[in-house]
Design a protein around this ligand. Structure first.
Ligand code: 1CP
Length: 354
């Protein structure tokens, strides 16, 4: 892990390409970072995971900071993301969370109104102090010129894990719950939003320069259900975030109702690869946009990666406010060299065009 000496007049990250893009300001080049840039595709990460479980890693601020900073330095991205997981906030609420080979499992899923009533408030300050400590340690150790992104899961994506008891294909339990008892559904979403608002604000206070809200599975909803069951809650969460730190609102499968999704607020909309970036830019007007290379392109040969990246860069550059990213997280098994090639290509691209 690299040590960065304290520099005069730090912090300099306010002038970084990433922060400028979040604010819709013009940049000499397009900033780039990748969702899940620290993870199983990286040898250094797997070495740490041989010694500690995933939950232990998240609960140990020194190790979480090490993993985040190692990934940042190894691939040379323009921002770091906190190393943690969206599901950790569910533990203090009373959910029995376990990470198994096949993915996360919640052993006591929420199925009836009484389950919602029994859930505790998350109380992040008391129960998730290790996350804020990880933010402080990561900020301390990383390049002072670069921003650190804090994050949380969006209320819908978290509720879907709570109700399904893990990942899901059709989200039938989630939707059944939503339709059968909309009062309990809204109570669950409100309880999540109360915890998440404090959680993000505390990450900002601990040193995160921006925050991303991951609504990874929101695309399973019809536009009408999104408007009725999700939008007011995502909007309340975003409205509760302290002014100053840009908010990236990321969702997958949102192309059919991108304008409505963006209506939740925030500074940047994260889009997946199912929408043309030019189309997203057109539909979102002055709002900044993040995305949107298909993570599977990173399994292709270099020429294909560059061709697809350049296409996205061109579409993004029609106006200020594009952050290059994938359309979803890096997959395990992705060749690290391809990740490094992609980042270098994006960072050099505008220089060539000038
Ligand atoms: O070592 C391991 O096996 C654990 C794998 C792993 C990792 C590296 C999990 C379990 N979570 C994480 C870290 C993580 N998760 C980060 C920080 C790392 C980084 O980005 O550099 C972040 C931002 C997340 C966010 C996250 N967790 C999301 C949203 C992003 C997305 O990909 O949509 C979701 C849906 C989760 C749940 C989760 N946690 C872990 C897994 C494998 C999953 C997804 C499971 C599923 O597909 O249902």
């Amino acid at each position: 892990m690299s040590a960065h000496p304290a520099v005069e007049n730090a912090p300099r990250y306010e002038d970084s390409a990433f922060m400028r893009a979040c604010r819709g300001l013009p940049n000499a080049r397009t900033p780039v970072w990748l969702m899940r840039q620290a993870g199983r595709y990286m040898r250094e990460y797997r070495a740490v995971r041989e010694k500690v479980s995933f939950i232990e890693l998240c609960r140990t601020p020194d190790l979480a900071a090490e993993v985040a900073v190692t990934a940042l330095d190894a691939i040379g991205a323009d921002a770091a993301i906190l190393f943690s997981d969206i599901l950790l906030i569910l533990q203090p609420m009373g959910m029995d969370l376990e990470y198994l080979e096949g993915g996360p499992v919640l052993h006591n899923p929420v199925r009836v109104a009484l389950d919602v009533e029994r859930l505790r408030e998350a109380e992040p300050r008391e129960n998730l102090a290790f996350v804020f400590e990880a933010v402080r340690k990561t900020r301390e150790r990383m390049n002072p010129a670069l921003p650190l992104i804090g994050f949380c899961g969006a209320p819908f994506t978290l509720a879907s894990y709570m109700i399904e008891g893990g990942g899901s294909r059709n989200f039938e339990n989630t939707k059944r719950f939503m339709y059968a008892d909309s009062g309990a559904w809204h109570a669950l979403m409100e309880k999540l939003v109360r915890g998440l608002t404090v959680y993000l604000n505390e990450q900002i206070r601990a040193g995160a320069q921006a925050v991303q809200i991951f609504d990874s599975w929101v695309g399973c909803l019809s536009p009408g259900d999104f408007r009725e069951f999700v939008l007011p809650h995502s909007r309340a969460l975003i409205a509760g975030i302290e002014a100053g730190a840009p908010v990236i609102h990321f969702g997958t499968g949102t192309a059919p109702y991108l304008e409505t999704f963006a209506g939740a607020g925030g500074d940047v909309v994260g889009v997946d690869f199912r929408v043309e970036l030019a189309d997203a830019r057109e539909r979102l007007g002055d709002m900044a946009v993040q995305g949107n290379l298909d993570p599977c392109v990173l399994f292709a040969q270099a020429e294909r990666i560059f061709e697809r990246a350049e296409d996205i860069l061109r579409q993004g550059a029609v106006r200020p406010g594009h952050i290059f990213n994938l359309g979803h997280g890096i997959l395990p098994g992705t060749p690290v060299d391809n990740v490094k090639r992609l980042i270098a290509f994006v960072q050099e691209w505008e220089a060539e065009a000038e």
